[in-house]
Design a protein around this ligand. Structure first.
Ligand code: ZN
Length: 603
């Protein structure tokens, strides 16, 4: 891997960085034995299979196979290239890296990000000024106050006002000497269609800065104060902002959600502010989109209990149904569902009663009542059942439709206990025998199983034979065996190209001890091999010399037999062709190999 940061700096970073430290910033880790486990940030799961070893300084997910050292984690999680990951760690541990070591391409990328974030922050300050200091902002302030928001909340969320007119933001940045082409990249201004120049995107709107967990201003939401359309307007996708991956209020919700093990998900900016106004701070809002799979993944990393809050109107219910689909796939499909069963994340759907939205409900009934309603909110399956019954009724026809509605979701539950409980619940609720429902969902389950085994086979093929994998795991975890590996030329018998090159790398990496696995990883430069190393290093096995020698003997014997067969085949071909020259060469080679095998006392 090309490294543009001096080796000694990389070493400093490696020594300073602690993988548990870095990963626990984004994943809630729990200690189990020698390792830590948590919910994987790279695939969706309800039960933790993401494992971090402080001793080996590596991570590995038994669910999706993601793995590596602290650098690979940052690269994967933050979408960084190696030098950027190294720089970010260096910053964190106050290790000084001169910029000149970056390539022009990297400088450009980092520069662009930083420039966009700076522009956004300047815009946020400008919008705030307009709201607080300018007479044009007075109606906006009046509007927010009328919505029941205190000065403290307005301040906490850095709310602002984008003034009326087409050139306000343009003039602001021009005055500050920022090139407008650069401002355009932030989405704050748009190029005019048929003439030169630009115009402001946000006009006469309340400005809601969208702030990420690192406190960076990544974009804006804008809301009108009357009935004009569109009601909400957001920043477009930029290198720093993606609406399917961003949640409004997450930077404030993170700690609170942790403390309460619960997060509320609401639909609008103002709903979220209202929750805060009533002291409920473990909440986030989606940004003018339905909840996405990425959102679910992000949130279930922090908290075990998600509560979706919707108005009681048709749109709310429709939206809830759509979200259920995501939750279903996200939480069930990938679940390992064995040892960690008790830690499943919970998802509830809270549809507010009597035409209330969060704002009116909280004003009328208060925070306590809201939280009480949330406690009693149905889980995903119960909600689905009730929704389906409400739609189809409990006539004979209706019951058939209800079973049809629930067939696929129930079949998708991997956890047998949970599935049978839900089946029982549905059976009781609509008065049908459990057996009949079970029969219905079996067709769905069978289809799914077929798909799963197919996937596993592919994985097995990629990862080589079991014995080959065991050899590499042994080399990683029990390095005292390395001299024997060298002596019997074990690597020569490994057929899988990835495992072979990993084996060679381990031998090249003189004196590998368990603590040096992370270091070995940074020299690999091949993501697939990095994953393999992490996986094999993380497998729990206790090694002792005798067992290892037996393993080596068996492996080498198999390998020699296979090689002998190949040579015999080649000899046969040479005989058929009457190719005496090749034949002589092959026979000599065969003799040499036989002698070597004898010398090794393994054949
Ligand atoms: Zn995973």
């Amino acid at each position: 891997m090309a490294i543009f940061i001096p080796e000694d700096k990389i070493l400093d970073i490696k020594n300073a960085a602690d993988i548990v430290d870095v990963i626990s910033e984004v994943v809630h880790l729990k200690k189990t034995g020698r390792n830590f486990v948590g919910l994987c940030p790279f695939h969706s799961e309800k039960t933790p299979s993401f494992t971090v070893s402080p001793e080996k300084q590596i991570f590995y997910c038994f669910g999706c196979g993601a793995g590596g050292n602290v650098f690979s984690f940052l690269m994967k999680n933050d979408g960084l290239a190696f030098p950027e990951a190294a720089r970010s760690l260096a910053r964190r541990y106050s290790i000084d890296i001169p910029r000149k070591h970056l390539t022009p391409e990297q400088k450009k990328r980092i520069g662009e990000r930083e420039s966009l974030l700076k522009i956004n922050r300047q815009a946020m300050d400008y919008f705030r000024q307009m709201l607080h200091r300018s007479p044009t902002g007075q109606p906006a302030m009046a509007y927010l106050t009328k919505r029941g928001l205190s000065a403290e909340i307005i301040d906490r969320f850095n709310l602002g006002y984008a003034p009326k007119g087409w050139n306000n933001i343009i003039n602001f940045f021009s005055k500050n000497g920022v090139p407008l082409a650069r401002v355009e990249r932030s989405g704050l201004i748009l190029p005019k269609k048929d003439s030169h120049g630009y115009y402001d995107r946000f006009r006469d709107r309340i400005a809601f800065p969208i702030i990420d967990v690192n406190q960076a201003v990544i974009g804006f939401g804008g809301r009108v104060m009357d009935d004009s359309l569109p009601k909400y307007l957001n920043s477009p996708e930029t290198p720093v902002y993606s609406k399917s991956r961003s949640l409004y209020g997450l930077h404030l919700a993170k700690d609170k959600s942790h403390a309460t093990d619960t997060v509320y998900i609401v639909e609008g900016y103002l709903d979220l502010l209202t929750l805060h106004q009533h002291g409920i701070e473990n909440a986030v809002a989606t940004l003018g989109t339905a909840l996405t799979a990425d959102h679910v993944r992000m949130l279930s990393r922090y908290v075990p209990r998600l509560i979706l809050v919707y108005d009681s109107d048709e749109a709310g219910i429709r939206s809830a149904r759509r979200c259920i689909d995501i939750f279903w796939k996200e939480h069930v499909d990938f679940r390992r569902g064995d040892v960690f069963r008790e830690e499943k994340a919970d998802t509830q759907i809270l549809v507010l009663p009597d035409g209330h939205d969060p704002d009116s409900f909280l004003r009328d009934k208060g925070a306590e009542c809201f939280q009480k309603a949330a406690t009693h909110a149905p889980g995903i399956v119960s909600f689905l059942i009730e929704q389906s019954i409400a739609k189809h009724g409990l006539s004979t026809e209706g019951k058939i439709r209800v079973v049809a509605d629930l067939k696929n979701p129930l079949a998708a539950i991997n956890d047998n206990v949970a599935r049978s409980l839900y089946v029982k619940k549905l059976a009781e609720r609509i008065g049908i025998e459990e057996n009949i429902i079970l029969q219905e969902i079996r067709t769905g389950a069978a289809r799914k199983e077929k798909k799963d085994t197919g996937k596993h086979k592919v994985l097995e093929e990629i990862k080589g034979s079991r014995l080959e994998r065991q050899i590499i795991a042994m080399m990683l975890q029990f390095p005292v065996i390395l001299p024997e590996i060298r002596k019997y030329d074990v690597i020569a018998y490994i057929e899988n190209p990835n495992l072979k090159s990993i084996g060679t790398a381990i031998l090249d990496h003189q004196g590998t001890s368990v603590t040096q696995i992370a270091e070995l990883l940074s020299g690999i430069g091949n993501p697939e091999q990095e994953q393999l190393i992490s996986a094999l290093a993380m497998i729990e096995e206790s090694w002792e010399k005798d067992g290892c020698m037996k393993l080596i003997a068996q492996f080498v014997k198999n390998g020699q037999r296979r090689r002998d067969r190949q040579i015999l085949d080649q000899i046969k071909v040479a005989e058929q062709k009457n190719d005496q020259e090749t034949l002589a060469k092959l026979l000599k080679h065969k003799q040499k190999l036989a002698m070597r095998s004898q010398k090794q006392h393994l054949a």
